[in-house]
Design a protein around this ligand. Structure first.
Ligand SMILES: C[S@@+](CC[C@H](N)C(=O)[O-])C[C@H]1O[C@@H](n2cnc3c(N)ncnc32)[C@H](O)[C@@H]1O
Length: 288
């Protein structure tokens, strides 16, 4: 089981689980946050957990087995949250949690292709039944489309240069492995500080493969509709594109009262214990 879930105490304090409460965890992952919520909603409460990744959902199933009928797990994108909420009687819930992006097991398993640190196939899908992979994007998208995703989703300043280098290389040999792409990017762009030069390009690809911004944009209004009055929506994001989208949505949605003027970030201690938590930002809003 992975180490402590990100911002666990803060999430729990904002969502205030109590017996008889109903919660939805749209990114149940390994079930870390869900276990804490479930332990406080009993008796009488329930949790609907959704994850796009079948392997993670299996892990959540094992981790949450002690909660038996109080937990319902569904393998799908949180973009379909309304359908599943209605099917399982989770209407007018007390709280919804989204803990966005990938989980530790995704980056730790080279076969999933999320990491440039270890070599693996260029995959990056959360849902492995989906046909679009990182390999397909790299080998078949146009120079303009590649430059656009590197710029928009990776905020890569040398997006065009990387796209051109990819087009030139793939004409000889198509890309198959994460190391092939990471090496090409490292030879093409200037390194900014200590961050690996392929960081931005890999982030952009992951967002494009899984349509992460589109899924989030579609889901935010659905979450508001599912909350009871006084119910809370808590979202943890890990990069500025998502954080900006959430901040903007919270500000402009007339049904929400924002509870976090500034995003909540992990304590120094948590950042030391869990390096992935360093970029985490939690925003919470309450349905009026
Ligand atoms: C950061 S992890 C969540 C960890 C979880 N909170 C825990 O405590 O174990 C994010 C999870 O969201 C899933 N995910 C990513 N995009 C998704 C989407 N559109 N719909 C549902 N799940 C998604 C990933 O497969 C991953 O398991």
């Amino acid at each position: 089981m992975e180490h402590k879930p990100v911002l666990l105490t803060e999430v729990s304090n904002y969502l205030r689980p109590e017996p008889n409460h109903f919660f939805i965890d749209g990114t149940v992952g390994l079930g870390g946050h869900a276990a804490t919520l479930l332990s406080q909603v009993l008796p009488g409460g329930r949790l609907l957990g959704i994850d796009r990744d079948a392997a993670n959902l299996e892990r959540a199933k094992k981790h949450l087995s002690e909660f038996e009928d109080a937990v319902v797990l569904v393998c799908d994108s949180y973009a379909n949250i309304r359908v599943h909420a209605q099917a399982y009687g989770f209407n007018q819930v007390h709280g919804i949690l989204l803990d966005l992006g990938f989980s530790s097991v995704h980056v730790d398993d080279p076969e999933r292709g999320f990491s440039f640190k270890s070599d693996g196939p260029l995959d990056m899908r959360y849902d492995r039944t989906q046909s679009l992979t990182a390999e397909e994007i790299i080998n078949s998208w146009s120079e303009d489309d590649l430059a656009r995703i590197f710029r928009q989703y990776g905020e890569e300043r040398q997006a065009r240069l990387v796209a051109q280098a990819i087009i030139k290389t793939r004409a000889q040999t198509p890309f198959r492995r994460t190391h092939e792409l990471a090496e090409l990017v490292a030879h093409t762009v200037h390194q900014h500080g200590k961050i690996h030069p392929a960081t931005q390009v890999f982030q952009a690809l992951r967002i494009a493969v899984n349509d992460e911004l589109g899924e989030l944009q579609r889901t935010l209004p659905e979450c508001v509709n599912l909350l009871a009055s006084g119910g809370r929506l808590a979202i943890i994001s890990f990069h500025s594109l998502e954080d900006r989208m959430i901040k903007q949505f919270f500000k402009t949605c007339s049904d929400l009262k924002v509870l976090t003027k500034r995003p909540v970030v992990p304590t120094r201690q948590e950042q030391l214990e869990n390096s992935r938590s360093r970029s985490a930002k939690l925003r919470v809003a309450e349905k009026i």
